[in-house]
Ligand binder design. Structure first.
Ligand code: NAD
Length: 547
């Protein structure tokens, strides 16, 4: 049996001896443990030799608290660190995990078995960091999850299980452009994060930067989002690595049909149900539905949601994400004492989510002072007319050249003074760099993953309310659920029924999240995540293990 060489930095000789004895008694694994009793000696040992993992006490004669962790982490960033400390402090633990500690264990509360398991999992996680799905966005999703998991003391086995997607599929497609001159190879993905909760559900994204890590992150967020909304789905997501903006309708159709064919074994109305996301729309869903139906030999409307109403799409689905977001902006504003009738908003992105969010905010009397898309940003302190913007984009495809305001670049737009900032385009937009300069009272996340971990913390410290993505933008998947149910029952609901049910489900999730936030003194994102994760954990434990 190969041994795992571990450096234990621990100043108490009794404790070191005790843990060594415990680890050596664990069957099936062999540890080779070297002990040093202060930080300086630890750094020296790490400079001389490579260790597979580090067990670190935080209170040492020459260093205290998280500074001890930061010193070691910055010295050997690729070596997993398991903290084993006498400091039983949940905020310290959460911060340590957020900053990259693999585990935070409290002395006297862990046995050798648990410590050995934590080390083994830490090694697996570190190895997986170099796997195919490794990407900044997947890292963000994982770190958000780990922070919540630490806070809720999630069992380490469940934590490890949920940290990675259950199924991933990478496909390559031959793609022919209209000129018939060349055939390209295009990458496509479908990821199912958790299959425990029912069929999986999640959108399909067409974008030139899509990779397996991005799709895996989005699939993980879908799991928490569905669980938070109490929908009977696990999370999934798909993507094709291509810029759809320059493609003709024929090209998009060929690409979509071939991608559908490549992933067809994975999707189905009882298995995994795609929906639109960035770069895809109702038409894309119609082609997926048609391709699937052709292959099975009969029409299967419930294989996708977000399709045109005429072929079984739901009333209200198109605008559901923006509508749901504005329902919760209203409720957040009420709690903050913010009057939306006299408020201002800045919206990044003018696609499905951004345009509808802007429209519904305008209906409430909020002035939209700036809006952007991939081509430009438009600023008008007196307010932009959303219908005029929609008309312009209908004719010109993009906002560039819109006459009703001044052009503004994306960065400056995010930093404009306003009440509500709605990122509704891409991930990774609010960062450590611009978060200190934001001049809004609320960030309402229409996009998935628009805020980095560092920015999240800055916004929290600055008292800016964050309506997190898995809560704020869940209106889309909620009405997708309604569409799926209508499809399975061949029975349609009225728009009123749909909007009322959407309002009820989103309000319920919002109230549960706010209750947890206040009760446990959490930020809103972590509270929402814990709401979702707890439900998945409960279901996992109830189903048990197979075989
Ligand atoms: P979309 O393709 O309809 O629109 C995207 C918009 O973002 C477009 O206006 C595009 O021009 C703009 N954009 C792209 N790059 C930009 C940049 N660099 N700067 C500014 N704007 C830029 O996509 P969508 O469906 O509205 O999705 C937007 C976000 O919302 C994504 O993060 C998506 O995952 C999330 N989301 C969508 C839904 C849904 O139902 N469509 C549901 C939940 C979450």
């Amino acid at each position: 049996m190969q041994s795992i060489n571990v450096l234990m930095i621990e100043d108490s000789a009794v404790q070191a001896q005790f843990m060594k004895g415990q680890l050596n008694a664990v069957p099936g694994v062999k540890f080779d443990i070297e002990v040093v009793d202060c930080l300086a000696k630890g750094m020296q040992a790490l400079a001389e030799k490579q260790f597979a993992a580090i067990i670190l006490d935080l209170m040492l004669p020459d260093s205290e608290g998280l500074d001890t962790f930061f010193s070691v982490r910055d010295h050997v960033p690729d070596t997993p660190i398991v903290i084993l400390t006498g400091l039983d402090d949940i905020n310290l633990a959460t911060k340590a995990v957020e900053e990259g500690a693999q585990s935070f264990l409290v002395k006297g509360q862990v046995q050798g078995q648990q410590l050995a398991r934590s080390i083994r999992y830490a090694l697996q996680r570190t190895e997986a960091e170099h796997a195919e799905w490794d990407s900044p966005m997947f890292h963000l999703a994982q770190q958000q999850f780990l922070k919540a998991a630490q806070f809720m003391s999630l069992d380490d086995n469940v934590r490890q299980r949920l940290l990675f997607p259950q199924r991933t599929l990478v496909v390559t497609l031959p793609f022919r452009r209209d000129d018939y001159q060349q055939v390209e190879t295009v990458f496509g993905y479908r990821v199912q994060h958790v299959l425990t909760m029912g069929p999986t559900k999640g959108g399909i994204r067409y974008h030139q930067d899509v990779d397996l890590g991005e799709v895996s992150a989005l699939a993980m967020w879908m799991t928490w989002k569905c669980a938070l909304m109490r929908l009977p789905f696990g999370g999934a997501k798909g993507g094709v690595r291509i810029d759809p903006t320059g493609l003709s309708r024929h090209e998009l159709q060929r690409l979509t049909r071939r991608y559908t064919t490549e992933i067809i074994g994975m999707i189905g109305p009882d298995k995994d149900i795609p929906a639109p996301d960035m770069g895809t729309n109702e038409q894309t869903m119609a082609w997926i539905m048609d391709t699937y139906s052709q292959q099975v030999g009969y029409t299967v409307p419930a294989v996708v949601t977000g399709k045109p109403v005429v072929m079984g799409g739901s009333l209200g689905r198109r605008e559901a994400t923006g509508r749901g977001l504005v329902y919760l902006i209203e409720q957040s504003a009420e709690q903050m004492g913010l009057d939306l009738k006299h408020a201002t908003a800045v919206v990044q992105g003018f696609g499905n989510v951004g345009s509808n969010a802007a429209r519904f905010l305008e209906e409430l009397g909020t002035r939209i002072i700036a809006i952007s898309d991939v081509s430009t940003g438009i600023h008008n302190p007196d307010g932009l007319s959303v219908s005029a913007l929609l008309d312009y984009v209908e004719k010109h495809r993009v906002l560039k050249g819109f006459p009703g305001g001044e052009e503004i670049d994306n960065q400056s737009m995010l930093e404009l003074e306003c009440d509500v900032l709605v990122p509704a385009a891409l991930q990774n937009q609010l960062t450590a760099e611009n978060a200190p300069r934001l001049k809004c009272k609320m960030v309402a996340e229409g996009a998935n993953g628009p805020t980095t971990l560092e920015a999240d913390e800055i916004l929290h410290e600055r008292g800016i309310f964050v309506l997190p993505d898995i809560l704020g933008n869940a209106g889309g998947v909620t009405v997708s659920y309604f569409e799926w149910v209508q499809g399975l029952q061949n029975f349609t609901w009225t728009l009123n029924e749909i909007n009322n049910r959407l309002h009820k489900i989103m309000t319920d999730a919002f109230q549960r999240t706010m209750l947890r936030k206040q009760r446990d003194n959490l930020d809103t994102r972590t509270a929402a995540l814990i709401e979702g994760i707890s439900r998945v954990q409960e279901a996992k434990l109830a189903r048990g293990l197979f075989p």
